[in-house]
Design a protein around this ligand. Sequence first.
Ligand code: 6PG
Length: 240
Amino acid sequence: MQPILKIFPDPTALVNYAADLFAQQAQTAPGRFSVALSGGNTPRALYERLSASDMAERIPWPKTHLFWGDERCLPPDHPDSNYGMTAAALLSRVRLPAENVHRIQGELPPPQAAERYEAELRAFFGETPAFDLVFLGMGEDGHTASLFPGSPALAESVRWAVEVEHTTPPPPLVSRVTLTYGVLNAARRVVFLVSGASKAGMLAQAWRGGNVPAGRIRPQNGELLWLVDQAAASALSSYE
Ligand code: 6PG
C-alpha cells in the first residue's frame, strides 16, 4: 500500500482530522480496538480533542485498549511521563475501563519495564502484535517512538519492546522503552502526526523513505498515513 500524505493548514485542523479518524475506526472495529499512543506536543493536542464531550461520546470506550509506542523511564506521575501526559489530557476525562490501559511501567529498571511490557503485549495479541491504530510523532533528528538514529534498537528483530539509552537531545535524557519495528510495521494503520517548520527537512527525508528512523516505518499489510501541517510540509515539492 502506498503511503498517504495529508497536509492541513494548521495543527488544529490536523488534530481534528486525527480525532475523527480515531472515532470512526473505533466504531467500526469488529472486536477490541487496540491503539498505541505517542508522546509529544501534537499528540497531546489530539488527546485533549478526544476528551472533549462531542468527541468522547462517539468513542466506544469499553472496547478501546490503549498502549504506548514508547515511554520515558520515569514514574507515571512525572511531568515528562508519556503515560502521565495522556492521563492528564485524556484518561482522567473519559470513561475508559482501568483494565483497558496498558501502560509501560517507566518506574521500573528499564530492562524489566521492557520485559513486562512485552509480556503484556503477548498476553493481549498472542502471536501477531497487530495494532488497529498506531500514532507516532517524529523528532527533528528523524526519531520516532524511541527509535533514535544510531541506536541498537533499530536493529532489533526479535523482541517486541526494548530498553534504550538516551544521552543526546532531545530531552529528557533518561532511558526509554520503545516498541520495535516488527510491532510498528505489523499495525493495520500507522498515523504520523507532525507539525512545525523545524521538522520540514526531516519530514521530506522520511516521506521519501530515507535512511532515518521514521523513514523505516512501512506497515507490511497496513496503511501508512502522514498527517502534517503546512509548516512541516514546506520542504516537500508539489509533486509529492
Ligand atoms: C517521545 C515520543 C517521540 C515524539 C517525537 C515528537 O516520547 O518523545 O514518543 O517520538 O513523538 O519526539 O515529539 P513532538 O511532537 O513534541 O516534537
